[in-house]
Design a protein around this ligand. Structure first.
Ligand code: HEM
Length: 544
């Protein structure tokens, strides 16, 4: 039994330790942080610049302003003046950070994602990540994407027919974001699992609803529960319980799918033709079986976590890119008309969803289509930026001078210091918008820029996958970029010859950033994510 004096001492000790921790965090550590010496914006002690760097309403102009003021490498305040974060537009520094194993995704991001994606690739680092990357590799080869192209085309045809039906019922304004999202989810179900959610026809399928619920709720999770994940274990709220229930549905259905696929693959292995299953899950299972290190394989739940990760990373992002593309085409009717002409020109190769290689090659042959897709991905990257943490002290090389606050100049080829634990913000949108890379009209939708990109936007100067920062680059870059580009082309080539798209009178669309950058109607933000466009049949616009 503690005496009152001992109790008092214990409380005083605890308070003292807490005070030391706070003083250390707010005063001592920042005092010796090398990022303190970097130029950058300032403000009151608890002022945070986070909104300025992540809110698409500010970020585009803010990035350019800071670059003009402080150069390409600077620091801003995260939670307050004591929380220095590095932001850099210097591609030499960006390459160093994205290519080096010293820099990892912040633990809080990984823990948050693991509540949905288990031990999937987004939540691992180091040797485990390298191993998982090797197993998923075969699912994303060019040949694999060619094989999936007819699936994209068939789902696009279903969406086209659905919209035809809606238009014949005199509906004119369609929330393209909602419908494309349903369609791309269906395409994903078929491409990943050979599993038809049929969500274009009704949102009732159990596995579909489980994925949807899980991802929608993740976007709504409160910051406190993201920062203190233990809360979900001790006192799960509605969101945590719902995510858990969704995962149970995914595991139950997924286990059945895996078991069926494994027996099909083994049966086919015994036949003379070998395995013919081409969906991403089957390719993962085959890659896992053929893995040369037989002591290390992915378990069935691990395989499902990879599939959940693909759904999370690939379905909404592709749907958003397609929606933004229709929005840009609605804003630029002349480009929309040219693209439709390219796709329907008498000399255009006929499309067929029956032949794998041919379907891909036909899509690949449309040059304006390619430029429109790339320009959309540049101007509306669904992932606005990404964070890394330095896991040890390091020196980051720069290719442009950095003038430190004490007047010292870090010259090109020299290094800036970074301390273990510091956070680095890679501005994906910012690098896609940079005027010194893309030229003065970088904020304009100009697909023709892809006919002759400025040298700064080409390799080796610009290292991003597909000539964009949208998919990042390096060991953690997006393996799904070909998947997205091909799916976007398949959908556009199917729906554009049939429909025209225009903006409703007086409607203004804004961008909102959560997990991904999504559209909303200004003045109606309470109605949530939406992108209503006026959709008309082409033959009604140009009656013969
Ligand atoms: C417009 C569409 C897409 C965008 C903008 C996008 C963007 C990205 C970005 C920026 C990363 C790196 C994240 C980071 O380093 O913090 C990433 C990683 C990833 N993406 Fe995508 N992605 C898209 C589509 C897809 C698709 C279709 C798939 C799968 C079919 C996919 C699967 C993945 C996976 C598995 C990773 C993790 C890679 C790793 O950690 O090694 N993505 N994506």
């Amino acid at each position: 039994m503690l005496t009152p004096l001992a109790l008092l001492l214990a409380v005083a000790l605890l308070l003292g330790r807490g005070l030391v921790w706070i003083v250390n965090l707010l005063v001592v550590l920042p005092l010796f942080d090398p990022l303190r010496k970097l130029p950058g914006p300032t403000g009151p002690f608890f002022f945070s610049h986070i909104q300025r760097v992540v809110d698409p309403d500010f970020s585009a102009t803010q990035h350019e302003e800071w670059k003009k003021q402080y150069g390409k490498t600077f620091r801003y305040h995260g939670s307050g003046k004591f929380d220095y974060r590095l932001m850099t537009f210097d591609l030499r520094a960006v390459s160093h950070i994205l290519m080096s194993s010293i820099y990892q995704k912040p633990r809080v991001t990984r823990t948050f994602l693991s509540t949905m994606l288990g031990k999937g690739i987004f939540t691992t680092e180091g040797a485990e990540h390298t191993f998982q990357r090797k197993i998923i590799g075969p699912a994303f080869t060019l040949q694999s994407i060619k094989t999936l192209t007819p699936i994209f085309l068939r789902t696009a045809e279903e969406l086209r027919d659905k919209w035809e039906g809606m238009l014949s019922n005199r509906q004119e304004t369609i929330d393209v974001c909602h419908w494309i999202s349903r369609a791309t989810f269906d395409a994903f179900g078929m491409a990943c699992l050979t599993y038809n959610f049929c969500s274009i026809h009704g949102e009732t399928e159990e596995l579909y609803l489980a994925f949807r619920r899980m991802f929608d709720l993740a976007d709504k999770k409160g910051i406190l529960r993201i920062l203190i994940p233990m809360l979900d274990k001790i006192w799960p709220d509605k969101i945590a319980r719902s995510v858990l229930e969704s995962r149970q549905v995914i595991y139950a259905t997924g286990r059945r799918l895996i078991s069926d696929k494994k027996s099909t693959i083994l049966d086919q292995k015994l036949s003379s033709n070998g395995p013919t299953e081409k969906d991403l899950l089957s390719l993962l299972i085959q890659s896992n079986i053929c893995n040369d290190d037989s002591t290390k394989t992915l378990s069935d739940p691990d395989l499902l976590d990879q599939i959940s990760s693909f759904f999370f990373a690939g379905s909404d992002t592709t749907a958003l890119s397609l929606s933004w593309c229709l929005y840009f085409l609605a804003l630029h009717p002349d480009i929309q008309t040219h693209l439709r002409e390219e796709l329907t020109h008498p000399t255009a190769p006929p499309q067929s969803s029956n032949s794998e290689d041919r379907a891909y090659d036909v899509l690949d042959s449309f040059s304006l289509l390619d430029s429109v897709v790339r320009e959309t991905l540049r101007l509306a990257p669904p992932v606005h930026g990404t964070l890394r943490v330095a896991t040890q002290n390091d020196l980051i090389p720069v290719s442009e001078p950095v003038v430190l606050t004490n007047g010292t100049v870090v010259s090109p080829g020299e290094h800036i210091k970074i301390r273990k634990g510091s956070i680095i913000h890679i501005p994906i949108e910012g690098l896609n918008f940079a005027k010194d890379i893309w030229s003065e009209d970088a904020l304009e939708f100009r697909p023709d820029r892809w006919n002759s990109l400025p040298p700064a936007a080409q390799p080796p100067h610009f290292p991003g996958l597909a000539n964009l920062m949208t998919f990042s680059f390096g060991p953690n870059s997006c393996p799904g970029y070909r998947f997205t580009i091909t799916e976007m082309k398949a959908f556009l080539s199917t729906i554009l010859p049939r429909f025209t798209f225009a903006l409703p009178e007086g409607q203004s669309i804004g961008k909102r950033n959560g997990l991904f950058t999504r559209p909303f109607v200004r003045g109606k933000s309470k109605m949530g994510v939406q992108l209503p466009l006026i959709v008309k049949r082409v033959d009604e616009c140009n009656p013969a």
